[in-house]
Design a protein. Sequence first.
Length: 513
Amino acid sequence: MNALNLNNKRIAKNTLMLYVRMLITMLVSLYTVRVLLQELGLMDYGIYNLVSGLVTFFSFISITMSSATQRYLSFSLGKKDKISFQKIFSMNVLIYFFIAILVVILAETFGLWFLNSILNIPVNRLSVANVVYQISLVTFLINLMLIPYHASILATERMSVYAYVSIVDVFLKLLLVYFLAVVDGDKLITYSVLLFLQTVLIASIYVLYCRKKIEGCTFDFFWEKKIFKEILGYTGWTFFGGISGILNNEGLSFLINFFFGPVLNAAKGISDRVSSAIAMFINNFYSAVKPQIVKSYASGDFTYMKTLAFQSSKFSFFLMLLLSLPLILETHFVLSLWLVDVESSMVGFTKLILIYSIINVFEFPLTQLVHATGKVKKYQVSVGLFTLLTLPITFLLFHLGYSAKYAIVVLIVVYSLAYIPRLIIVRNQLNISIYEYFQQVITKSVIVCLFSIILPLVVVLNIESGLFRMVLTSMISFFSILISVYIFGINGSERELVIHFLRKKIFTFVKIK
């Protein structure tokens, strides 16, 4: 029990640190988008999102490898094997070098052809798009080689370092955007060059810290066939999950571009930024939880692993609902405060993307449970193939004349149905009851959502849009969700912990006063 409490305290501390980081980065990032949209204009902003997205498409290889890197590093720490940690780190650096070569070959052949022959980019901006593409590729390669260092920081749970560097990172990006206003030349190319320089600086900070502060985080030429086969087997099957995520995000952007042009790409880009800002809260929470799930599996503490997965699923949903509900109800007004000009397509995309984010919040704990075991073949193939149905269905709807927003509608439906194979495989591999999962996670989440939305919806339907309604909607949403969570969303022991926590904080506050 003491070990359990210690782990929970560590997760709470790491989560709090990450939330501070997230709050600052979210606010600065959203403001940065506003200024960037003003400086670049709607057309160039859409082109940048499209071109950088094409480069990101090649990251499907690195995404699967990144998951494997952190999993095996965390597993080594769970086994308290420092020698294994250093070997896995060194092998991953070498593997990423070969991946970088593969990415360059793909990007300079298929990628260039796709950019110049398929994408819908105005002729007078095509040469600029090619320059931005090459700069974005080099920037991506730096981030690719940084993954083993970044994974080491997360595996060792150095969340304060991750938080501080992220804050520096986001403020540098804000400075870059302001610098655009005073420089001559093509702003799109200038912005890409500045992002490259900023990436080099941040990468240098991560590498220097890891080399000096984390034992075993130094590269020595090492190759062991057994370790490589384990990592390759893990990544080979998680490839399906990685590529389905990339294809469904960037593939939808390409389909929207093909059928509707770059302006609607800008609208989707705005909705993606809003969703990403909200998702930072959840990702920060999961960054603190993920190493503990792997370490608890490695140490054989399966009860704690299941409890942690269930609680993280439920509380991440409550947090996502708390952040998203006011935005869904007041999307147009919030966007009008953030941006200079608001297109109707931006409003539709943003509402739907937020709904998708709320529904998809349960995915990570289930995936991480399977990843902790290392037996990912059945899970990744089944879920990956199922979610890839998004693209052909969307293409068919666009071909039949449906509007661009139906891309996100299809995404919502497909990913909701994808929980069926997810849960079946988790049940079979880890002996976790689907009934228990629905009882403890899904049922409580749905009840909280239904009761929370009633009062805010009454406000929206009866008061004219404006600052007063937005503030009132946000306040009522906040208290409605908190009350619903307390009554319907948590069990008796969790309720006692909340009461104890609040009493302790109030006592500390009164004592200070």
